[in-house]
Unconditional design. Structure first.
Length: 152
């Protein structure tokens, strides 16, 4: 009896593959990148077997490439995912999504007295601990963990 392996998700001609998404974050990523409103082909796989994560999610988006700002947003909810940029069915670039040193206009400060919650201005956080996901507001200096944040 021969074992036959097949792709669980179809190949992509041009676009972006977001791989190694923790299974519990797949639909958060869909919402965060506003994929539900796109008209191009999108394939979402969830609870797929992964040697690294046990179970993982993968999202393939045809004809779509993401900006640095979008990737920074992604890093807040699903750090360490892999982005594969595809052209003509070939991976031309691989990126590991890591949280940047600063986040601007992505996360809401959880201090109700912070100026960003009372004046029309962009939020600004310094990432003080990437491993633990600790962010510090530039204005009020309140720290918050990425597990307890609200995205803008």
């Amino acid at each position: 009896m021969s074992e036959k392996k097949e792709l669980q998700v179809a190949a992509l001609e041009n676009g972006t593959v977001i791989d190694h998404i923790p299974s519990d974050k797949v639909f958060t990523v869909v919402s965060l990148l506003d994929l539900q409103h796109m008209s191009t082909n999108i394939t979402i796989g969830n609870n797929l077997e992964s040697k690294k994560l046990g179970k993982k999610g993968i999202i393939k988006i045809a004809d779509r490439f993401f900006t640095d700002e979008e990737i920074s947003r992604l890093s807040v909810v699903a750090p360490n995912v892999k982005l594969n940029i595809i052209h003509n069915y070939e991976v031309v670039e691989k990126k590991e999504v890591v949280m940047p040193d600063e986040l601007k206009g992505i996360v809401k400060c959880n201090n109700p007295k912070c100026i960003t919650n009372n004046e029309p201005m962009q939020t600004w956080f310094h990432v003080t601990d990437k491993a633990q996901g600790i962010l510090k507001c530039h204005y009020c200096e309140k720290e918050q963990r990425k597990d307890n944040i609200k995205l803008i």
